[in-house]
Ligand binder design. Structure first.
Ligand code: SER
Length: 321
């Protein structure tokens, strides 16, 4: 039986991956760890929760020992735009946190899932159908921590036999937890505006295409990779996974088709615009497809339909302003 620890359980991915894992492996076998003092009552009620700062190696080891953890989904990290505001802090949380997780995984023989990102590429990589193996010269501190993280995970696998696995996520779209300080956040926030009947001010230029993915697909990618037969994996980490690609103008048009009065204006954020221009607009995910059968289910139309329906229901229930 698996005993799982999810770090960053209160974050953008963790808020949804934790319940998905609890459904699959039993709630008591999935320990949610967050640095926030107050996790949502639902998260706390549904299974074990520990307050944990991943920079604290001792506390992390104690949780792994106490709960007899054998698998860590290590999601705790700062996203791209907030990381730029304080690079030393981003390095400490994103890098030292990962080092601590890998060390404890080596000691206690845990498998580790590590999410990398389209941010692991830089402006010199091809933006369209970015290959899995190509130049990686990111210009953001977030991207630097993701490249270093990919390499470190490979290193721990090769050097110590730790079962590290990971994907490179596109921008993630979901209706549960809002992302905090990323560059692709606009593709989530736009839906909250549309459902509330508000105009949306887009921080990116209308023609800035980025690789994106609906959260359901992202959760499935993590679980399927962790459950894949290791014999079929030539690579371990940094699998490109793709689902869709669109520009702000395209997603606005897809929303307008379903919310006729929706309007979008542009108020370009130079930081986010510069970051986005250095990231892939689409990814070549053939290695993931071949080695562990990766297949996305949601395109832009399906994502827009789901997001509008789910957020409208939340709003009707008085759960979203
Ligand atoms: N979605 C993240 C961000 O925008 C990238 O991994 O920072």
């Amino acid at each position: 039986m698996k005993r799982i620890l999810v770090t960053g359980a209160t974050g953008q991915i963790g808020s949804e991956l934790t319940p998905a894992l609890r459904q699959r492996y039993d709630a008591d076998n999935v320990v949610a760890a967050g640095h926030r003092a107050a996790p949502s009552p639902a998260l706390r009620a549904a299974g074990p929760f520990v307050a944990l700062d991943v920079r604290d190696a001792k506390a992390l080891a104690e949780v792994v020992r106490q709960y007899e953890i054998d698998t860590v989904y290590h999601l705790a990290a700062l996203l791209s735009a907030v990381a730029e505001a304080d690079p030393p802090r981003a390095w400490e949380i994103n890098m030292q946190g990962l080092v601590n997780v890998l060390e404890v995984a080596r000691q206690y023989r845990c498998a580790v899932f590590f999410p990398s990102s389209i941010a692991a590429f830089g402006p010199d990589a091809p933006r369209a159908h970015t290959p899995q193996v190509t130049s990686q010269r990111p210009r953001t501190i977030y991207g630097v921590t993701k490249v270093a993280g990919e390499l470190l995970c490979d290193y721990y696998h090769q050097r110590y036999g730790v079962d590290t696995r990971g994907v490179r996520y596109p921008g993630l779209i979901s209706h549960v937890a809002k992302p905090g300080g990323g560059t692709t956040d606009y593709a989530v926030e736009i839906f909250y505006a549309a459902v509330a009947g508000r105009p949306f001010r887009c921080p990116l230029r209308p023609d800035t295409a980025l690789a994106m993915m609906y959260m359901e697909d992202a959760l499935r990618a993590a679980i399927e990779l962790m459950e894949a037969d290791p014999a079929s994996l030539t690579d371990r980490n940094a699998f490109n996974v793709a689902a869709m690609s669109f520009t702000p103008a395209e997603i606005a048009a897809a929303i307008t088709a379903q919310v006729p009065g929706f309007t979008m204006t542009y108020e370009i954020d130079p930081l986010r615009q510069a970051i986005a221009e250095g990231w892939p607009e689409s990814l070549d995910d053939s290695a993931a497809r071949q080695q562990w059968g990766w297949q996305p289910a949601y395109d832009l139309t399906a994502t827009v339909g789901e997001m509008l329906a789910k957020l409208a229901a939340k709003r009707a229930a008085g759960k979203e302003g």
